[in-house]
Write a protein that binds this ligand. Structure first.
Ligand code: SD4
Length: 289
């Protein structure tokens, strides 16, 4: 039996999952759902970790990372992209309209413009102020949890029960110019396999990249672990090997039955789920208490 359509997202992202769910109801497709879900924080100027209004790097540039993956194993991503409000849709265009998986920087921008995306200034007054404030001390200190919400990672099952995943971010605030995180890395921040399910990530991208977290979670589920167990094992990989005490990583996973799980290093990670038209924010379990 095919499970009910469902969409889940990292952090408190009710408007995102609702928009995504609505889209799945319209087109039936999980891929459309995760894209529509990412659009919400991307366009929100008050959301300082995704798209428009995202905090810039230390030189004042808002540089965006995003990726998307469908149930057929197709994938697209953009990294170090500037001036485009909806990087998730550029990632989808890379997937659907080029022979490549990833486009970066000036080349990604050029491609976006060729596809009709508009060039925009994404640095808001609010983000510029925060950056100027940061410059006074200029200390790079990734925050453990940014209240409200953060990088958006999404997983959905469409009407045919097919899986898709997406992720969009402006990356760590005040990162080095040119720094790319996990969010555009297929297998890092997002991985989907229609035989198994999918996973997505948020938090310190360097840890996620070094352990290829989302790929790892999907492989754990393939071996028979539940989404919850798989997320826990992937967090343990980080905890065993790296100095995790000051940092956060949160994982979210869903299998093909629509069962989901989440786990994080630190307390404070949560996620949002919309199913049967109902939306709920759930606190994740964590390694540290
Ligand atoms: C990154 N993973 O660029 C992203 C940032 C993030 O919560 O998720 N922050 O490393």
């Amino acid at each position: 039996t095919i499970p009910e359509p469902i969409i889940i997202a990292t952090w408190k992202n009710e408007k995102g999952t609702q928009a995504g769910y609505q889209k799945i109801m319209e087109t039936g497709k999980a891929l459309d759902g995760v894209e529509a879900g990412a659009w919400v924080p991307e366009a929100d100027p008050n959301e300082t970790t995704v798209g428009y209004g995202g905090y810039p790097d230390r030189d004042g540039h808002v540089t965006l990372d995003a990726c998307i993956m469908d149930h057929l194993g197709n994938a697209g991503s953009v990294t170090f992209l500037e001036h485009i409000m909806h990087p998730i849709s550029v990632a989808r265009a890379v997937m659907e309209k080029t022979p490549h998986v990833m486009l970066s920087g000036a080349g990604a921008l050029e491609f976006a413009l060729s596809q009709g995306f508009k060039k925009q200034d994404l640095l808001t007054e609010k983000s510029k102020k925060a950056w100027l404030e940061w410059k006074k001390q200029a200390k790079y200190e990734p925050k453990v949890n940014i209240e409200r919400h953060d990088t958006i990672g999404l997983l959905a099952l469409g009407k045919a029960g097919e899986i898709a995943g997406a992720c969009s971010t402006s990356g760590m605030a005040f990162k080095m110019h040119g720094r790319v995180g996990d969010s555009p890395i297929i297998g890092g921040a997002v991985f989907c396999d229609d035989e198994v399910g999918g996973a997505c990530a948020t938090g310190l991208g360097e840890f996620v990249m070094k352990t290829l977290g989302s790929f790892l979670i999907v492989e754990f589920m393939r071996q028979g672990k539940s989404p919850q167990q798989a997320c826990e094992e992937a967090i343990m990989r980080i905890v065993k090997r790296y100095k995790y005490q000051e940092f956060q990583v949160g994982y979210l996973a869903m299998n093909k039955k629509g069962e989901y799980g989440a786990y994080s290093i630190q307390k404070g990670f949560n996620f949002t789920i919309t199913k049967n038209g109902k939306t709920e924010v759930i606190e994740s379990a964590s390694y540290m208490s």
